[in-house]
Design a protein around this ligand. Structure first.
Ligand SMILES: Nc1nc2c(ncn2[C@@H]2O[C@H](COP(=O)(O)OP(=O)(O)OP(=O)(O)O)[C@@H](O)[C@H]2O)c(=O)[nH]1
Ligand SMILES: [Mg+2]
Length: 273
């Protein structure tokens, strides 16, 4: 598999230019005027100890006022204990420990409920493994001011994925294409997990009815947001493969996604609200 591994799939100069424009626009950097204390970044973790100790300080550098919630599923590597130690030194880091591994979808539902109970206004999803670069966080916060859901998109213009094996890239790219065609959801990156929701969006979704646990969780959430008539906006991000820790990707996750897509296809016959 390794000889298929490419150094970079950053393809179109156009997409790089649009990322640069976003980062250079002064309006996109000015997050001081925003109340970032109303912002919660939810990070689900399973065996991410090495990553989380590095990621939390990086997020704090970019958005010092934001709060971070780690939802850990009793990671055998002690991620939970490690987060608890870090949280003792700050009042902006929180931990919810769940008793067993139940997949990223259930972890996010727990995190969303916690966010709603604690009255946060802007609620992020973010992976722990540095695939989602914290430098984009301010761009999301600017875009969410006029939208209900902002998605960090790998496929908005070309393919902005670095270091993924070709097999994984093809699965993701064509998975996304298939997801759009089958479900009808008009989003370029339907399976991505770098997102920011306005709280009202989550309040209007029956979180207990969300059944997916793997990638299809992202598709299922997008579907409900779209069907509820919310404003969805994609911003370009460059996604980098994890460098530390182990992947949780499995064939079970792919199977689950296929079943969900066909379920949504039938549900799509009913009109969008
Ligand atoms: N709480 C919890 N977090 C999970 C679970 N499965 C995955 N995660 C976390 O969800 C995020 C995304 O999972 P990844 O393993 O990175 O999945 P991926 O991006 O598809 O795969 P790789 O990047 O190739 O490892 C990471 O922060 C994981 O630690 C789970 O069962 N419970
Ligand atoms: Mg990952």
């Amino acid at each position: 598999m390794h000889h298929f591994r490419c150094l970079s799939y950053i393809i179109e100069a156009e997409s790089i230019a649009s990322v640069a424009m976003f980062s250079l626009n002064p309006n996109f950097l000015n997050t001081n005027s925003m109340d970032t204390a109303k912002t919660l970044i939810i990070i689900p973790t399973y065996n991410e100890r090495e990553n989380i100790v590095l990621l939390v300080p990086e997020i704090k550098k970019v958005l010092p006022g934001a709060h971070i919630l780690i939802v850990d599923d009793a990671s055998p590597d002690g991620t939970g204990a490690c987060v608890q130690q870090m949280a003792a030194f700050t009042d902006s880091l929180f931990l919810v420990s769940r008793p067993k591994k139940e997949g990223l979808g259930r972890a996010y539902v727990t995190g969303f409920k916690w966010a709603l109970e604690h009255m946060y206004e802007f609620i992020f999803e973010m992976d722990a493994d540095f695939s989602h670069d914290p430098k984009y966080l301010p761009d999301f916060l600017v875009a969410i001011q006029n939208n209900d859901l902002v998605i960090g998109s790998r496929y908005i213009s070309g393919v902005n994925v670095v270091n993924w094996p070709m097999s994984r890239l093809l699965l993701s790219y064509f998975g996304n294409l298939g997801a759009r065609m089958i479900s009808g959801i008009p989003i370029c990156d339907c399976t991505g997990g770098f997102k920011c929701f306005r709280r009202q969006v989550l309040e209007n979704i029956k979180l207990d009815k969300i059944g997916s646990s793997g990638y299809s969780f992202q598709v299922e959430m997008n579907y409900h947001v779209w069907r509820n008539g919310c404003r969805i906006y994609e911003i370009p991000i460059i996604f980098t493969d994890r460098q530390r820790g182990e992947s949780k990707m499995s064939t079970k996750i792919v199977r689950e996604a296929l079943v969900l897509l066909w379920k949504l296809r039938f549900a799509s016959f009913f009109k969008r609200k």
